[in-house]
Design a protein around this ligand. Structure first.
Ligand SMILES: C[S@@+](CC[C@H](N)C(=O)[O-])C[C@H]1O[C@@H](n2cnc3c(N)ncnc32)[C@H](O)[C@@H]1O
Length: 235
């Protein structure tokens, strides 16, 4: 470090500010400080926005979360790994490619981008209108709908989608039984994912679906769970 400072001072004496900054890696350091500050703001905001959000359909608070970009940190390595693992489970356990896919709780469309690689038509649904507006910009070729599943005119169409996914969303619902029964009728196959610590809250109902199968995937110290089954019209 001392050598770097000496070298920077030499550059400064010569009037070469740019070389002095490069010597001290000021650009890289400033970038790292900005990234840490952004992450601190995101965490603080999420603590505030998600206050009172439990399994209680708190749709307004969930929309509020999107006042910051990427509130769930979906651009992180951990989430990118989960997206890849989810696609792998679909391709290996359900079908290498699907026609129509309904993604419930699609947020800003980070996972939609990855799911779109294995389907022909993707429909994303989220209760946050702010998130849906961003998802539309991210993936203009897909269809995105803002609102609750039960409010959709097609919510009770049997076998309408080849695959229905609900990734990291089931935690926020008050009536999981009704939700699971609805997607069971709507999709010819269904897949739900959640982080392992939430299993005690949500797993029993997911595994109660007829023919449900389960697998896990891990990224560093985080374990994810995927549960899938054939929908009512395909059994
Ligand atoms: C943790 S984020 C997951 C985003 C995305 N599924 C993923 O895994 O990358 C949860 C998302 O579910 C949405 N959500 C919560 N309850 C919902 C519901 N009843 N219907 C649709 N979306 C819902 C939230 O607005 C939020 O965008």
């Amino acid at each position: 470090m001392l050598d770097d400072v000496k070298a920077a001072l030499t550059h400064l004496r010569r009037g070469d500010l740019r070389a002095a900054a490069a010597e001290l890696e000021l650009g890289t350091r400033a970038q790292a400080v900005r990234a840490r500050a952004r992450e601190a703001v995101r965490r603080t905001w999420m603590r505030y926005a998600l206050r009172g959000v439990r399994q209680n359909d708190a749709h307004d608070r969930l929309d509020l979360a999107y006042a910051v970009p990427d509130p769930w940190h979906m651009a992180s390595d951990r989430e990118r790994h989960r997206f890849a693992e989810t696609n792998r489970v679909i391709a290996e356990r359900l079908a290498p490619r699907v026609g129509s896919l309904l993604e419930i709780g699609c947020g800003e469309g980070h996972q939609s981008e990855v799911l779109a690689r294995l389907c022909d038509d993707l429909t994303g649904l989220d209760v946050s209108a702010t998130a849906i507006a961003r998802a539309r910009r991210r993936l203009p070729g897909a269809t995105f709908v803002a609102g609750d599943l039960f409010a959709q005119p097609w919510a009770h169409d049997r076998g309408r989608f080849e695959l229905v996914t609900a990734c990291e969303v089931i935690y926020y619902m008050s009536d999981r039984r009704r939700f699971l029964d609805t997607i069971d009728a709507l999709g010819r196959a269904c897949l739900v994912t959640y982080f392992a610590p939430a299993a005690k809250k949500v797993e029993a109902e997911c595994l109660a679906m007829p023919g449900a199968q389960r697998t896990t995937f891990r990224h560093e110290d985080t374990e994810g769970v995927a549960v899938w089954w054939k929908g009512a019209t395909a059994r």
